[in-house]
Design a protein around this ligand. Structure first.
Ligand code: ATP
Ligand code: MG
Length: 225
């Protein structure tokens, strides 16, 4: 007999400086693979483990909003933007858990480049009490899609949590890791910012409406905004 299924909620955290087509395509594919009840894009305010973003949190939020406005399956969660200071994902996930209770599976989505550094996150082991992880591949980090290649500390925590069937995510509320086989797209926000600062086109790397917003607001071009 199959186990009872619970609703599944997806959360895709990131700096989104700016949001681009790889973020959007990965999310769209996950919606079909995992069957989320809700899927939230969660822009972070001031990330702890990276440089200060090129665009303000207001602009990053606006770009996410514009990028997803035509997709009724996506929504923007700006709760981290409304918080001042350093962003701690675990605090946000505690809030989600309180909001949804124990009978919902929460899935936090991250690229393989972020996942290999998970052990540097604040209270990272607590994440598994709060959510599942869905890992998506990135060109250059494809080897991370199995636990064998992780640093020992991360491997010890993750090995037993690894599942190969997305349906398992709906059988418990947290604690599992699923590596999704999404399309590998070699797009990064760093590359987009660099191209803009060199006065080169970024067309077709991100939605036209986001590119228009970047141009209108002189983001990443070295002018004050
Ligand atoms: P930056 O170059 O500024 O770090 P980015 O393109 O990596 O930007 P982020 O906002 O840092 O974008 O990423 C948010 C999340 O999306 C992270 O978990 C990251 O790993 C993932 N991600 C970003 N780009 C891709 C991509 N091309 N394929 C799969 N996942 C991606
Ligand atoms: Mg990144």
């Amino acid at each position: 007999m199959s186990k009872d299924k619970i609703p599944v909620v997806g959360v895709y955290g990131g700096t989104f400086d700016p949001i681009h087509y790889a973020h959007l395509r990965v999310a769209e594919e996950l919606l079909d693979t995992v069957g989320f009840r809700q899927f939230h894009f969660l822009p972070s305010s001031e990330p702890r483990l990276r440089d200060i973003p090129g665009a303000s949190k207001f602009h990053r939020k606006m770009m996410v909003q514009l990028a997803i406005q035509d997709n009724e399956r996506f929504s923007l969660d700006s709760r981290e933007m409304n918080r001042s200071g350093v962003t701690r994902t675990v605090e946000t996930l505690r809030e989600y858990r309180q909001q949804f209770g124990n009978n919902t599976a929460l899935c936090f989505v991250m690229g393989a480049d972020a996942f290999v550094k998970l052990h540097q996150w604040y209270c990272w082991q607590e994440l598994f009490q709060l959510c599942h992880l869905i890992i998506v591949g990135r060109p250059g980090n494809k080897h991370v899609m199995s636990p064998g290649t992780l640093v020992q500390e991360l491997k010890n925590e993750c090995e037993m949590r690894w599942v190969t069937n997305a349906n398992e995510l709906a059988c418990q509320s947290s604690g599992l890791i699923f590596a999704a086989n999404t399309t590998l797209l070699e797009i990064s926000a760093t590359k987009i910012r660099t191209l803009i600062s060199c006065n080169k086109s970024v067309r077709y790397l991100l939605p036209e409406i986001v590119y228009d917003y970047i141009k209108t607001n002189h983001l990443y071009d070295g002018e004050d905004n």
